[in-house]
Design a protein around this ligand. Structure first.
Ligand SMILES: [Zn+2]
Length: 432
C-alpha cells in the first residue's frame, strides 16, 4: 500500500510523462527483496523498468505490465489533491489509482511475496513498467518491442484494461480484455471555389463538409459481430436472469442487434455495445476559412475512426464513403490494427479458476474495448496478452468507467488488497 501511495505522489502526467522517478521507485521496491531491475528508455526522463524472477525454464515466461504514465487532470475539479496519495473513507485517491499505478503496485507486491516465499517457478515472471502508454507508447512498450524484445518476450501477459468488478442485474462479473479495436484516424476534406461571401454558394466547401459531418455523426455503420463481442454477451447473458438473459446475447446479432439498440435508447451501455458491434467514426476537429467574407477553397474535419478486429482499412473507408459520398476526400493519417486474442486458452482458464476460488458467486467474461492499450505492442512478440488488473469495486460505489480518466480517480483500499490476493493466486496457478 505504501508503494502504491508513493507512486501516486509522483506526477507522471503525459505529456510530458517524466516516468523515470516512478520507474526508479519500482526498482527500489523490488530491490528490497533482492529482485534486480533495469531502467531503459529512449530519453533519460522517460525510463521503462524491467525486472525478472527466474523460473526453471520448463515453460516460457509470464509478463506483468503496468504503464507508469497517467493522463493529465484538472486539480480544481478534484475533492482532494490528485498527487497526494491520500486515503479518505477507505478509498485511496490519486491520478493513476485505477489507470494504472495500482497494477504496478500489485505486480511488485506479488513478485516480492513470491521471491520471499522462495516459490519454485516453471516460468520466469517479468515485470514491465512502461512509459508513454497514454500518448501512443512510442517511447514505451513499442520502443521496448523494437529495441529490447528479448527482455519482454513472453507466452502470456497481463495488463490493462479489465479485472474490475462489473455489477449488472444483481450479479458481479470480472471482464477479461481479449480484444481491442484498431485505429484509423482520417481527415475528411471538401473542396470549393473561392469567392465573395456576400453571394452564397450551395456547393461551398463549408456547407458540403457540414453535410458530410452531420451524416457521419448521426449514422451507425453496418454491424460486424466478432468472436470477442459474442463471447462477452454470451458470458453476461449466462450470468443474468429474467428478460435480460435473452436480450443480452441478441445484442451481438447482426440482424437483431442494431434494432435492439435502437429500442433500448441512447445511454452509456447501448453506446458502448453499439461501438463494439460496428466500426465507428466520430468527427472530432473542424477547420475552415480565413475571413468572414471569403468562401474558403477547402474545409476539413478530423475523424476518430475505429475498426473492429477482422476489418481492413479499405472495408472501413468504403463504409465511410457510403455515408459521405464520393466527392469528399478521405486521408488516413494514423492507423493501428485491432487486436484479438483467443479466449479459450489456459491463461483464461487460470483467471476463471482463480476468481471461482476467491469469489465463487462472480463470473469471468471475455471483453473487448473500444480504445487501445500496450497489448498491441506485446502481441507483436507473440504474447497472448489479456487485460486483467484485479480490483474489487463495491456495487454501491462509482463504476470503473467513471473512475477511468475521471476526476477523483480512486480505489477502495480493501478492493485493492483483494486484488493483491487474486494476482498472487493467479500468478502461482500459471507459473508454479
Ligand atoms: Zn491506462
Amino acid at each position: 500500500m505504501a508503494l502504491f501511495q508513493d507512486l501516486l505522489r509522483i506526477d507522471t502526467s503525459n505529456p510530458p510523462g517524466n516516468e523515470t522517478a516512478a520507474a526508479r521507485l519500482c526498482a527500489q521496491a523490488l530491490g528490497e527483496d533482492g529482485i534486480e531491475s533495469q531502467l531503459l528508455g529512449r530519453e533519460p526522463s522517460r525510463a521503462n523498468v524491467i525486472a525478472r524472477i527466474k523460473g526453471d525454464g520448463s515453460l516460457p515466461p509470464l509478463l506483468l505490465n503496468a504503464h507508469l504514465d497517467v493522463v493529465p487532470c484538472e486539480p480544481e475539479l478534484w475533492s482532494v489533491p490528485p498527487f497526494a496519495g491520500q486515503i479518505k473513507d477507505g478509498w485511496l485517491y490519486g491520478r493513476g489509482a485505477v489507470d494504472m499505478k495500482n497494477m504496478a503496485a500489485l505486480c511488485i507486491a506479488v513478485m516480492r511475496a513470491i521471491k520471499r516465499a522462495g516459490v519454485r517457478l516453471k516460468r520466469d515472471i517479468i515485470f514491465c513498467g512502461s512509459a508513454d502508454e497514454e500518448a501512443g507508447s512510442s517511447v514505451g512498450a513499442l520502443w521496448l518491442v523494437e529495441h529490447h524484445p528479448e527482455l519482454i518476450r513472453a507466452q502470456y501477459g497481463l495488463g490493462e484494461v479489465g479485472g474490475f468488478s462489473l455489477h449488472l442485474g444483481g450479479r458481479t462479473f470480472y471482464p477479461v480484455m481479449v480484444a481491442q479495436k484498431g485505429v484509423c484516424w482520417f481527415t475528411m476534406r471538401a473542396r470549393g471555389v473561392p469567392g465573395h461571401g456576400s453571394i452564397p454558394r450551395r456547393d461551398g466547401a463549408v456547407p458540403r463538409l457540414a453535410q458530410a459531418v452531420a451524416k457521419l455523426g448521426s449514422t451507425r455503420l453496418p454491424p460486424h459481430p466478432t468472436a470477442a463481442l459474442e463471447g462477452m454477451m454470451r458470458g453476461l447473458s449466462r450470468g443474468a436472469h429474467g428478460p435480460m438473459k435473452a436480450a443480452l446475447s441478441l445484442f451481438a446479432n447482426a440482424l437483431v442487434g442494431p434494432r435492439l439498440l435502437e429500442l433500448a435508447g441512447d445511454n452509456p451501455n447501448t453506446r458502448t455495445i453499439a461501438a463494439l458491434l460496428s466500426n465507428t467514426a466520430s468527427p472530432t476537429m473542424l477547420s475552415a476559412g480565413v475571413k468572414a467574407n471569403v468562401h474558403p477553397s477547402s474545409a476539413e474535419c478530423v475523424v476518430d475512426g475505429r475498426m473492429l478486429p477482422g476489418q481492413t482499412r479499405e472495408e472501413f473507408l468504403s463504409e465511410i464513403r457510403a455515408v459521405v459520398g464520393e466527392e469528399i476526400e478521405l486521408d488516413v493519417f494514423q492507423e493501428q490494427p485491432a487486436v484479438e486474442m483467443p479466449s479459450d486458452t489456459p491463461l483464461f482458464t487460470a483467471i476463471a479458476e482463480t476468481i471461482a476460488q476467491i469469489e465463487p458467486e462472480a463470473r469471468v467474461v471475455p471483453y473487448m474495448i473500444t480504445g487501445f492499450t500496450d497489448a498491441y505492442a506485446f502481441q507483436q512478440l507473440g504474447c497472448t496478452f489479456y487485460g486483467f488488473v484485479p480490483l474489487r469495486l463495491p456495487a454501491s460505489g462509482p463504476a470503473f468507467t467513471e473512475l477511468f480518466h475521471g476526476n477523483d480517480e480512486r480505489v477502495p483500499v480493501d478492493g485493492f488488497l483483494w486484488g493483491v490476493n487474486v494476482l498472487y493466486e493467479l500468478v502461482l496457478r500459471i507459473c508454479a
